[in-house]
Design a protein around this ligand. Structure first.
Ligand SMILES: [Zn+2]
Length: 84
């Protein structure tokens, strides 16, 4: 995994959105993130407690706000990411 992240004082993972450069803290410990092998386990199985938007941050780094803006521009529906 090549994603850039930082660790908040409480041990949670924070990710800086490459589009708006806001750092979003996820309800996820660094150890939990490092325990994930993306080649073996689907992200939704590894992190069922995260929202689809939060999981998307782990994949793309983009925050939910930017995702929504991008998808609004394209007229796509983010809900298609909810189920799979
Ligand atoms: Zn953003």
């Amino acid at each position: 995994m090549v994603l850039e992240y930082c660790v908040a004082p409480n041990g949670n993972v924070g990710i800086e959105c490459p589009r708006c450069h806001k750092v979003i803290e996820l309800p996820l410990k660094e150890s939990e993130l490092l325990a994930w092998n993306p080649n073996e386990t689907f992200i939704q199985n590894q992190f069922p407690k995260l929202t689809p938007g939060q999981r998307e941050m782990l994949l793309s780094g983009l925050c939910e706000e930017c995702w929504n803006e991008i998808f609004d521009e394209d007229g796509e529906d983010l809900s298609t990411f909810d189920d799979n």
